[in-house]
Design a protein around this ligand. Structure first.
Ligand SMILES: [Zn+2]
Length: 89
């Protein structure tokens, strides 16, 4: 890594990857979802949850603010699909 935390300038990070496939449920910006990991909420996408964060302050490493998520996008997850045009990563 060698990077510094944007928030606290610390240099200690942790990350975790979890293959949760389509067994996720949660809420994004007030919208419930079930199925695969949404691609544009900064924690991975598709089959995998992937998160990296600062061990000093808890700041999540990633591109934020995340793109707006629309309810219609979740319909394709309910169908077991993996939309290609779900938004920018
Ligand atoms: Zn930090």
């Amino acid at each position: 890594m060698g990077d510094k935390c944007k928030q606290c300038k610390g240099g200690r990070f942790a990350s975790i990857s979890a293959k949760s496939s389509d067994r996720n449920s949660g809420q994004v910006d007030g919208v419930d979802f079930e199925g695969y990991v949404p691609d544009n909420i900064g924690i991975g996408g598709g089959d995998y949850i992937w998160v990296e964060w600062c061990l000093d302050c808890g700041q999540i490493v990633g591109a934020f603010p995340a793109a707006v998520v629309y309810e219609d996008d979740y319909d394709s997850y309910d169908n077991g699909g993996h939309p290609d045009n779900f938004g920018d990563r």
